[in-house]
Design a protein around this ligand. Sequence first.
Ligand code: BES
Ligand code: ZN
Ligand code: ZN
Length: 501
Amino acid sequence: MKITVTSEDIAKLPIDAVIVNLFEGVKRPGGATGAVDKALGGAIAKLIAQGETTGKNGETTLIHTLGRIKPRRVLVVGLGNQKELTLDTIRSVTGVACRYLRKLGAKRAATIVHGAGAGGISPEEAAQAITEGSILGLYTFQRHMTKNRDEGELEELQIVEMDKGKIPALKRGVSRGKIIADAVILARDMVNEPANFMTPSDIADIAKKVAKENDIDIEVLEKRDMEKLGMGALLGVAQGSDQPPKFIILHYRGDKGNDAQNIGIVGKGVTFDSGGISLKPSDGMAEMKGDMAGGASVIATLKAISQLKPKVNVTGLIPTAENLPSGSAQKPGDVVKALNGKTIEVDNTDAEGRLLLADALSYGRKLGLSAMIDIATLTGAIRVALGTHCTGAFTNNQKMVGQLEKSGEKTGERIWQMPMFEEYKEQNKSDVADIKNVGGRLGGAITAAQFLAEFSEDTPWVHLDIAGTSMTNKEKGYLVKGATGTPVRALVDFILSQAQS
Ligand code: BES
Ligand code: ZN
Ligand code: ZN
């Protein structure tokens, strides 16, 4: 879809539809919506008076203009309470409006800049939110369908602003929004892709392509390299599969003189998690094609960052393997040695993510990264604890998690901190090795995080458990069924904030 920014009278555009907005409780719309209302002879005000249009968050009212103004239709979207307006509301209503218009067969639409008037949001941020909301809300994954859906495409969205002075800021917002939304789409595509199309080798190929097209250095460690280094935890997971594991290292060097700052982002890349010998039940197992969402988010974040070019160094690490049962698979009770020399009793082969991350976090420490954030679909337990509305965060560094929470709030990819009390460590004690990879049913997301803490050691670190947020089975705002792309936008925002401070 093409997104443009223009300065003209929206009521004079010969176009399929224009999107205007309304806050809850407003009787006579003002600003750009007011101008359209006036041109329509007060049609919107009438609908408000009749109680048909209320401005409730996410509400849509379609008005056929029947020749009274140039646009064929006006879609009024509700923004809810004016005092509660957020960027995420703008993203969401834009996503809903664009899908609505696509269903109607609209090809070209225009929108006013939601929030930038009475909403008090900066034009640049509003335009970024509109861009993200439209691209992400219209996202579909149809690669494997031999017939296209009936719906056509919304081909163009024109962002219209009367005040010429705001145009440069709006354009900046659109270009940033495009970069970020395109990166999120890369992550969604990778997660939605079935496991037979998204093996560790496929992930490495995508990472190479992204690196080549952008200002990113890449190195891919092969199985023999990992053996030499002593990545026994990752190799143990991979040994049940015919697919060779890969360890992907990406470097974005935006601040070359500053070796002291290098933020690591580390993503779990299990391309299919059958559970291994501790086999999962078949109901819902197909969802485990998405167990590489953390790894996908790392590649996508680096892609966006390398295009936004902040003055900061970022290293991406993606340990990737397939977790399958076979004659060569690791067995419950096996003991493996991680890269940092610690021995692990593999009590349950389905707790494989933390094994991959043990080696990746150890590798990050060897590189001397100044901070690490790992992103992983790590535990079913985080879903039980938090549901699907926020990502669980665990840390040894309060400042860092605070900054991530802020980025999560701003981007609508909410992050909620979980406890890391010492007492939980007890559950990971092994009788035969330094640690074991499961800590029992109670507090499962926390004991998983305590396990990881043994490998991030004293590097400032945040673990993000995205098992509840990486996929959704409901269309909502700018999210559609399937992969969400979480937490790419939050990570990009966090990294940009690190460059500024
Ligand atoms: N990939 C799963 C976690 C998961 C569950 C992700 C549901 C997305 C949706 C992970 O590898 C796993 O199997 N975890 C086990 C750990 C247990 C064996 C300690 C779990 O959560 O059941
Ligand atoms: Zn598992
Ligand atoms: Zn897993």
